[in-house]
Design a protein around this ligand. Structure first.
Ligand SMILES: [Zn+2]
Length: 302
């Protein structure tokens, strides 16, 4: 009898932690990590596009539709990162959803024609819209992103409000430190040397924040393949700008970058984690991923 009472008391005190965690589906691994950082023990997060996978190339599967229906909250990036088929499935499921990039002052997609190789008279359907979705490459914007995730968690699980708010504020503190770290690292590189080439155009927000010029043969969506003519133009640009380092990405085939490096004499500066975390080190969380990218970029630009 006594044991039973103690057991019941223990259950009441720690009831919040013992309740089943809130099932949350996130569209890709970076958003999944931000959700875990804020949701802590109160959430169980599954990402549709996992570590080292390309979010641009993702297509919805029936298994994913089941995950969405079983969730209490679906989080997407927004700004056209996810294809329309995903938003349709989420709306049909009637599960609550939120866009992490909502309210962020997004950059427009580059206008220039070299990003997408449209054949004459062809009408491609680009699900990505008018804005650049890669807001996570700026840790300052990520403070708002994290706040949006926290708001969505609070709506889905009001009992956890204080818990989520506390975790949000400590995570935002980490993001501020991350920005200070990146500022210090990039400021140590002379401005004229802050020029790099990556596979796809994922780093415009980072470029804007820290004054780095990024050139990317593949455009904003990694799905678009550059033509031979575009690659030749990029090679000329790398030579003209005196770009010293080119970078591969974890989500991409490295052949094009290898070829550009070979033809220009630029060195391969390392591997960047652009649109996905890694399984384990060095980019198993958003913050670790960002630090790795800052170290890799700033080290190779000098
Ligand atoms: Zn991308």
């Amino acid at each position: 009898m006594k044991h039973w009472k103690i057991g019941l008391l223990a259950f009441c005190v720690s009831g919040a932690l013992h309740a089943a965690p809130l099932p949350v589906v996130s569209s890709f691994s970076i958003l999944g990590d931000v959700t875990k950082q804020i949701g802590g023990e109160r959430v169980a997060v599954q990402s549709l596009v996992g570590a080292d996978q390309d979010a641009h190339a993702y297509h919805l599967t029936s298994a994913d539709i089941k995950k969405i229906s079983a969730a209490k909250l679906v989080l997407v990036n927004g700004l056209g990162l996810e294809k329309a088929e995903l938003s349709r499935a989420v709306k049909q499921s009637k599960v609550a959803y939120a866009e992490a990039a909502a309210g962020i002052n997004a950059l427009k997609m580059p206008e220039s024609g070299h990003h997408h190789d449209h054949g004459e008279g062809e009408h491609h359907h680009h699900d990505h819209g008018e804005y650049d979705p890669h807001v996570w490459t700026d840790p300052v914007l990520m403070q708002k992103y994290a706040a949006n995730v926290a708001d969505a968690l609070i709506k889905a699980d009001p009992a956890g409000k204080t818990y989520y708010q506390q975790r949000l504020s400590s995570y935002q503190g980490e993001l501020k430190k991350l920005d200070a770290y990146a500022t210090q690292k990039f400021n140590a590189v002379p401005k004229g040397q802050r020029k790099v080439l990556t596979g796809h155009d994922a780093f415009a927000y980072m470029g804007k924040r820290y004054g780095i010029m990024f050139i990317a043969p593949q455009g904003v969506s990694s799905e678009a393949q550059p033509s031979a003519k575009q690659v030749a133009a990029i090679i000329r640009q790398v030579k003209r700008e005196g770009i010293k380092a080119v970078f591969t990405e974890n989500i991409k085939d490295t052949r094009m970058i290898d070829r550009i490096a070979k033809e220009t004499g630029a060195k391969i500066g390392g591997k960047l984690y652009s649109d996905a975390l890694s399984n384990g080190a060095p980019a198993n969380t958003y913050i670790n991923m960002y630090r790795h990218n800052v170290d890799t970029l700033s080290g190779a630009m000098k």
